[in-house]
Design a protein around this ligand. Structure first.
Ligand code: SAM
Length: 229
């Protein structure tokens, strides 16, 4: 199964961006996923290819026009699940990412300026998804984040070396801390930092138990809301 992402954007050159490198870049070369960045500007109005206008009711900034976005959307043969990246959307979770990664076709609408006219979202049933409680200058970085999270879950992308089963959020906990060589390390100020002995013991049952306790403790301290869920 492949994963195809249509992106409605004023900046198609931002794709694949960071996703053209490392795991996602290799997966793109192998056609494990594909994308089609549609330039909304090509469907703009008049000689100036206008895509936005002032908001009804007044206020600062510009709003992206529904008629222009619709033309861009209708140029996509199979849009699949339609998502508008938006700070007021449902916060993206690992569970959402798992479901999206199993969806063969999705279309991401990237807003700019003050955002898009509400009517395009209502008329075409866009879901709204947020990548966090902060405001970005455009939906493109949010789209890249959502895509990255999905692509790494596609079959064969991570390989055997990495597994999503033990990662943060997989079982409702944040991940335990990692250590590698050297076992004894002195930082630049001369302080000694040793790898916890249990991890060097070879006792896998005890290591599992230690990691579980660490994961629970970190989650309790940093994200108690995850434990409540
Ligand atoms: N006026 C909007 C508001 O206050 O909610 C913010 C608009 S923002 C400057 C421009 C675009 O960036 C939005 O239309 C959206 O597509 C994208 N964006 C900004 N923050 C985002 C977030 N946290 N998650 C997803 N998309 C975001």
């Amino acid at each position: 199964m492949s994963f195809h992402v249509n992106i409605l954007t004023l900046f198609p050159e931002m794709f694949p961006g960071a996703l053209g490198h490392s795991l996602s870049g290799k997966a793109l070369d192998k056609a494990a996923w594909s994308y089609n960045a549609v330039n909304i500007r090509n469907f703009g109005d008049g000689v100036h290819k206008s895509v936005d206008d002032t908001p009804y009711g007044g206020g600062a900034g510009m709003v992206m026009r529904p008629d222009v976005i619709e033309k861009a959307l209708l140029s996509i043969k199979k849009p699949g699940r339609k998502i508008y990246l938006s700070p007021r959307g449902k916060p993206l979770t690992q569970k959402d990412v798992q479901a999206l990664a199993a969806t063969p076709e999705i279309t991401l609408l990237c807003g700019r300026y003050e955002g898009v006219d509400q009517r395009i979202l209502d008329a075409h049933g866009f879901e709204e998804i947020s990548v966090g409680d902060y405001v970005l200058s455009g939906g493109e970085p949010a789209a890249l984040i959502l895509m990255d999270a999905c692509i790494r879950l596609l079959p064969g992308v991570m390989g055997n070396a990495q597994t999503p089963d033990e990662e943060s959020f997989a079982d409702g906990l944040l991940e335990y801390p990692h250590y590698t060589r050297p076992a004894h390390w002195e930082s630049a100020d001369g302080t000694a930092h040793d790898v916890p002995e249990i991890l060097q013991s070879g006792d896998h049952a005890k290591i599992r138990e230690w990691r579980r306790k660490q994961a629970e403790e970190i989650t309790r301290l940093r994200r108690p809301d995850l434990l409540d869920k």
